[in-house]
Design a protein around this ligand. Sequence first.
Ligand code: GLV
Length: 329
Amino acid sequence: MNQKDKIKIFATRKLPDALCKELQDCHSGLELICTETDTPLGKDELLKRVEAEEPYGIVITLAEKCKSDVVSRLPESVKAISTIAVGTDNIDSKACKERGIGVYNTPDLLTEATADLTWALILAASRRVIEGHKMCVNNRFAGWSPTLLMGKELNGATLGIVGLGRIGKAVARRASGFGMKVIYNNRKPMEISEEAYFTDLNLNPPEYVTVDDLCRLSDVISLHCPLNKESLKLFDEARLLSCKKDAVLVNMARGTVIDENALVKTLKSGHFMGVGLDVYENEPEIHKGLMEIDRAVLLPHIGSATTATRWKMMSSAVNAIVEHFRDMD
Ligand code: GLV
């Protein structure tokens, strides 16, 4: 094989051996080097490893930061960064573009898995699933009672979606099965062509409202917006308090879309029937206050974590770099 057909990719995490083999078999000339561990690489460690390997591409995760301070120090060999995630808020895409580095993510692949887990959180928080489970395993179930662990009726309730992108739409689609009305807020209302996602399935397209109206009107609020200047701390104390007192709030977007201190404060004051969180402000740290609240259902950022979806995401992250390399040829 010609030296110029060889491509080296460095992955900041240990990818499954079987996947690495599949990828190496599929792409002749691919040298895929994975770290030995499955913990996030800090900035210095990442740079040290990349400087030592001098790869063409780096596969990262949402837990590794590639902001301008890192991008500016990457060796010349690096021409592509690919993240095993849909969100790219951890990458400075502008700095990458200026250095001629391509940035890739894995949209589409995780839409349905993430929408499913959103519903797991909506149902768990609305129907007090974790409280019920704890009652059973702690031997506190004293028999059927007409008022035991009464939750929120979803049928006929209003679901407010903040961020009606791919995942938001897939969450909205599932809402019809629960008999819910859906309203949404986005940077801008859907085009007619986008509404076909719903009308083609004989579903009513969700109605566009302001964030203020969404908070005022929704029984369940589900966050799916990307993290950017507009969405950072979008749910501050005032906005949290503007939601219905017995609303359910679910966050599958990024932790910093909600002011976590304010959330704990409002929960402690009795606001919200329940919350379902898959993301946190300072991951992997979780605010202690949240852990003390039974109405908070907490998951460790596993929105896309089905075996099939994660396999496709890891594979696609590597393939994107190989394609970038071939296109540059
Ligand atoms: C998960 O949060 C992702 O961005 O893929």
